[in-house]
Design a protein around this ligand. Structure first.
Ligand code: BTN
Length: 166
């Protein structure tokens, strides 16, 4: 049976999410591609997400031992004048469940394929009464400066809220 990471030094603090993972994930198919991704337990980030800018990301199956994941990000907007391309991302999420709902923190990095910029996101998955998941994030977008003197103006900061797509 799968187990989410147990803390060093004792099982007491680490609550297993065994029930969550006892059954194999159902397969959710994408109408567009026919590709199938396992439908993940709530707040395991595997799957497709969209934010208020209409950017979309796909997170490939999260490693349930380490919490690490890779994925792809298609932004709807850019601070450049380049043609937008889907870009790779990688990150990790916490797997330990404390008391109450499993509402883990996470972080990921997007290396843009069409600019020389990088964005890092940090956030938390929140689960509401109806079982809906919301990812609340903050991000830093670092663009490349032409000179050291330009360093001060190269980082944008913002927030994004993501919802899961079917
Ligand atoms: C760039 O313009 O250099 C790359 C694209 C940056 C897109 C940013 S990342 C933060 C914000 N959230 C999104 O979904 N897109 C923008």
């Amino acid at each position: 049976m799968a187990q989410l990471a147990a803390p060093r030094g004792g099982a007491a603090a680490g609550v297993l999410l065994a029930a969550l993972l006892a059954a194999p994930f159902a397969l959710a198919s994408s109408a567009a591609t026919g590709a199938q991704l396992p439908r993940a337990p709530k707040c395991i980030l595997t799957g497709k997400w969209t934010n208020e800018l209409n950017s979309n990301m796909t997170i490939f199956p999260v490693n349930l031992s380490s919490g690490m994941f890779t994925g792809s990000y298609l932004t709807a907007v850019t601070s450049s004048n380049r043609r937008i391309r889907k870009s790779p991302m990688h990150g990790s999420q916490q797997l330990l469940k404390g008391n109450g709902r499993f509402q883990p923190t996470f972080g990921f990095t997007v290396k843009w394929e069409f600019t020389e910029s990088i964005t890092v996101f940090v956030g938390q998955c929140f689960l509401d009464e109806d079982g809906r998941e919301t990812l609340e994030t903050m991000w830093l977008l670092r663009s490349k400066g032409e000179s050291h003197g330009d360093n001060w103006k190269q980082t944008l900061v913002g927030t994004n809220t993501f919802r899961r797509l079917p």
